[in-house]
Design a protein around this ligand. Structure first.
Ligand code: MN
Length: 253
C-alpha cells in the first residue's frame, strides 16, 4: 500500500491456471471486508460470489464484479460450480480500490457488470480496442459506478501498433501486461505478467506493441488520506481498525 498507487490498494493476478474437474468448487470461504471495494475481472473460467447483503452472482469471461464492502460485508468467493465440474483454465484479477473517509461506511453495494454491458472504444488506426470497465476513455463512459475518479481499461492491442494513451493529470497510473509485451515511451519494456507504475506528471504514455497484447490500464485520483490496513479491513486510523475487528467479532457486519 502506498501513496503512489492510491486509490488502488492491491492487485492480485491469479492464473492462468489449469484446474482438474472437482465436485467441490475451490475458493475462499466466508470472510469480511470493510472500508473499500473489491473488483473482480474474469478473463477465463467462472467465479461465483455470495454475500450477506443478499447479493449473489456468477461471472464468466469478460464479466466484472464490482463490490462495495463499505461499512461491512461477509462474502464467499469460489470457482463457478459448473466450471469446477468441467475443470479448465481460470484467469482472473482482483483489485482493491480504496474509499475516501466519507464513504468508508457506505451501504454495501454489488455491481454485476456483464461483458455485453461494457462499452468498447476502438483505437485509432485499427490498433485494437479498449473495454471501458470504469471511468472514461476518449469520450466513452465506463460501466461501473465509482465513488472517486477511477479508470479501469481492458486494452487489446494488435502487434506492431503504436498508441498514445492520455492519462488524466494528477492521477496515479499503472499498466499490467497479461499477454504479449509492450514498449512504453520508447524506453521501458513491460513484459508478460509485469506491472509498471507511472508518475503523476506527464499526461500521455506512448505504447508500442511488439505482438498482440492484453493490458490492464489503471489510473485514478489519489485519495490523500491516512491508511490503516489490517487483513480484510482498510480504514484511516488504528482505532477504526479495532472497531472493525470488534464489529466483525460481535456479528455487526
Ligand atoms: Mn473477499
Amino acid at each position: 500500500m502506498g501513496a503512489d498507487i492510491s486509490p488502488f490498494l492491491l492487485l492480485d493476478y491469479a492464473g492462468p491456471a489449469e484446474f482438474e474437474p472437482s465436485d467441490s468448487p475451490r475458493g475462499v470461504e466466508r470472510h469480511p471486508h470493510r472500508g473499500f471495494e473489491t473488483v473482480t475481472i474474469v478473463y477465463q473460467g467462472e467465479v461465483e460470489h455470495g454475500d450477506n447483503a443478499g447479493h449473489s452472482g456468477k461471472i464468466g469471461p469478460g464479466d466484472v464484479q464490482w463490490m462495495t464492502a463499505g461499512r461491512g460485508i461477509l462474502h464467499v468467493e469460489k470457482h463457478g460450480r459448473e466450471f469446477s465440474r468441467r475443470g479448465g483454465t481460470l484467469e482472473m484479477i482482483q483489485l482493491w480500490v480504496n474509499l475516501p473517509a466519507k464513504h468508508k461506511m457506505a451501504e454495501p453495494r454489488y455491481q454485476e457488470i456483464l461483458d455485453r454491458n461494457i462499452p468498447v472504444a476502438a483505437l485509432d488506426n485499427g490498433a485494437g480496442e479498449v473495454r471501458v470497465i470504469a471511468g472514461e476513455y476518449d469520450g466513452t463512459r465506463g460501466a461501473a459506478r465509482t465513488f472517486t475518479p477511477v479508470n479501469v481499461w481492458d486494452a487489446r492491442l494488435r502487434g506492431g501498433k503504436k498508441i498514445d494513451f492520455a492519462l488524466p493529470e494528477g492521477f496515479n497510473a499503472s499498466i499490467l501486461v497479461l499477454k504479449g509485451g509492450v514498449l512504453v515511451n520508447g524506453a521501458e519494456e513491460i513484459r508478460e505478467r509485469e506491472l509498471a507504475f507511472f508518475t503523476q506528471e506527464g499526461d500521455a504514455v506512448t505504447i508500442e506493441s511488439a505482438e498482440d497484447s492484453t493490458l490492464l490500464i489503471l489510473s485514478g485520483e489519489p485519495i490523500d488520506e491516512p491508511i490503516a490496513g489490517q487483513g480484510p479491513f482498510v480504514m484511516n486510523t488504528p482505532e477504526e481498525i479495532r472497531r472493525a475487528i470488534d464489529d466483525y467479532r460481535t456479528g455487526k457486519f
